[in-house]
Design a protein around this ligand. Structure first.
Ligand code: CA
Length: 370
C-alpha cells in the first residue's frame, strides 16, 4: 500500500467518524452548534390572509392553500396562516384596505383591482399588448419590476409580490358577434384594468365586478359581455350558456395575481420566517402558471368535445389595430399626467422591446413552424 492510499483511507475514516457522531446526536439537538433554540426560534406567529376568491375557486384558491401549507411545514409550525375567503370577509375587492390597515397581515388578489386608489397599480398585473408571462416574470425578478413595485407599494406600508400567473387570457364572452369596432358602442362589459380604459375609448361601458357575481350579472342583463380568465377557469362558470361567442385575447397577456403583506407584520418575523414566506410565495406563484397551462389545455380540448355550441372567434385585424392605437394613446396620456406612470410605462416598454426580440428568435421562431 502506497503512502497516498494510506492518507486517503485515514481521511475517509475521519469523515466517517464525524458522520457517525453527527448521526448519533440525541433527538432535539439544535444543529451543529448544539445551542438551545433562541426565543425567536420558538415563538409562534399567527397570521390571517384575506383573499378575493371564495375557498373553492380552483387554481387561484389553490395558490393560497399550497402557500400556507409550505409555510407551515417549512417553519415547523412557527408561522400559521389562516385563509379567510371572500364569502367570509364579504369584501372581495377590499383586500388592499384590509392589509394596509393591518386587520389582515396578508392578502391574495390582483393589483389592478386597486386602480381606483392609485391608477399605477394596474401596471403590476398586466397591460393590453404587453409582455407574456415568461417575459413578465423575467421583468419582475431580474429586470427591475420588483423594485418598481416596491417603490409603489412602500408608501402604503405594504409589500407586494407576484401571486400567480394565468398566462394569456381569452378576450371574453359575448352574446353577439363583434364584427366591427362599432359593435363595442354601448356594450356593457365587465373588464378590469387598462383594457377597461381602452374599451371605454371605443364606446363600451366598462365595469369591474367581483368574480363571485359574474354569472348572475350576465344572466340578469346587468352586463352584455365579460371577460374572466380563459378555459382553465371559464367553462365551469357557465358563461357559454348565455354568451356563446368566445374571443381570443388581446387585453391580458400575462395576468399576475398578487400577494400583499403588511410591512409592519413582516418586519416582526425573524429572518428565517421572512425567507420562508418569500420562497413559498415565489414557488406557488410560478406553480400557478404551470397549473393554468395544464388546466387550459385540458379544458380547451373539452370545448371541441363537450361544448360544441361555443363559437370561438378572433377579433378582426381592423378591431385589433384600433384597440392598439387607443391603448398607445392612453399610455401616452397617462405618462404625461403622472411622472411615476411615465417611469413604469417607459421601463416596461424598454424591457419588452429587449425581451420580445429574444422571444421572437426563440419560442416564436420555433412555434411558427411547428
Ligand atoms: Ca381577466
Amino acid at each position: 500500500m502506497n503512502y497516498r492510499k494510506l492518507i486517503n483511507i485515514f481521511s475517509m475514516t475521519i469523515v466517517c467518524s464525524i458522520l457517525i457522531i453527527a448521526c448519533n446526536k440525541p433527538a432535539g439537538s439544535q444543529g451543529s452548534s448544539g445551542h438551545s433554540p433562541s426565543p425567536s426560534n420558538t415563538k409562534v406567529f399567527k397570521w390571517k390572509l384575506a383573499q378575493t376568491w371564495k375557498t373553492n375557486v380552483p387554481i387561484f384558491g389553490d395558490v393560497t392553500k399550497k402557500f400556507v401549507k409550505i409555510v407551515n411545514i417549512m417553519s415547523n409550525g412557527r408561522l400559521i396562516i389562516k385563509i379567510v375567503p371572500s364569502n367570509i370577509h364579504k369584501a372581495p375587492l377590499g383586500i388592499f384596505d384590509f392589509v394596509k390597515s393591518g386587520r389582515y397581515e396578508m392578502g391574495h388578489s390582483a393589483s389592478y383591482y386597486w386602480k381606483g386608489k392609485n391608477f399605477n397599480a394596474i401596471f403590476f398585473t398586466t397591460v393590453p399588448f404587453g409582455m407574456i408571462a415568461t417575459e413578465q416574470y423575467a421583468w419582475f425578478y431580474y429586470g427591475g419590476g420588483m423594485e418598481l413595485m416596491e417603490e409603489f407599494y412602500s408608501k402604503y406600508g405594504l409589500l407586494s409580490f407576484p401571486g400567480g400567473n394565468t398566462g394569456n387570457q381569452m378576450g371574453g364572452w359575448f352574446r353577439k358577434e363583434i364584427k366591427t369596432i362599432e359593435d363595442f358602442k354601448n356594450l356593457k362589459m365587465r373588464i378590469p384594468g387598462f383594457a377597461g380604459e381602452v374599451l371605454t375609448k371605443v364606446g363600451a361601458k366598462t365595469i369591474n365586478i367581483p368574480p363571485g357575481e359574474l354569472y348572475q350579472s350576465l344572466e340578469r342583463g346587468l352586463i352584455d359581455a365579460l371577460e374572466w380568465v380563459g378555459p382553465s377557469l371559464d367553462l365551469q362558470m357557465g358563461f357559454h350558456k348565455i354568451a356563446p361567442y368566445y374571443y381570443t385575447g388581446w387585453h391580458e397577456p400575462a395576468t399576475e395575481l398578487q400577494f400583499l403583506i403588511n410591512k409592519k407584520a413582516f418586519d416582526k418575523l425573524p429572518p428565517d420566517l421572512k425567507e420562508i414566506v418569500i420562497i413559498a410565495m415565489k414557488s406557488t406563484a410560478y406553480d400557478m402558471l404551470s397549473q393554468s397551462m395544464h388546466e387550459s389545455a385540458i379544458n380547451w380540448e373539452k370545448i371541441k368535445t363537450e361544448y360544441p355550441n361555443i363559437k370561438v372567434k378572433t377579433f378582426s385585424k381592423e378591431i385589433i389595430a384600433r384597440l392598439k392605437e387607443e391603448n398607445a394613446k392612453l399610455l401616452k396620456e397617462r405618462a404625461a399626467k403622472d411622472p411615476f406612470s411615465k417611469k413604469i410605462i417607459e421601463h416596461q416598454q424598454a424591457y419588452m422591446k429587449k425581451v420580445r426580440a429574444w422571444t421572437k428568435m426563440s419560442d416564436y421562431a420555433y412555434l411558427k413552424d411547428n
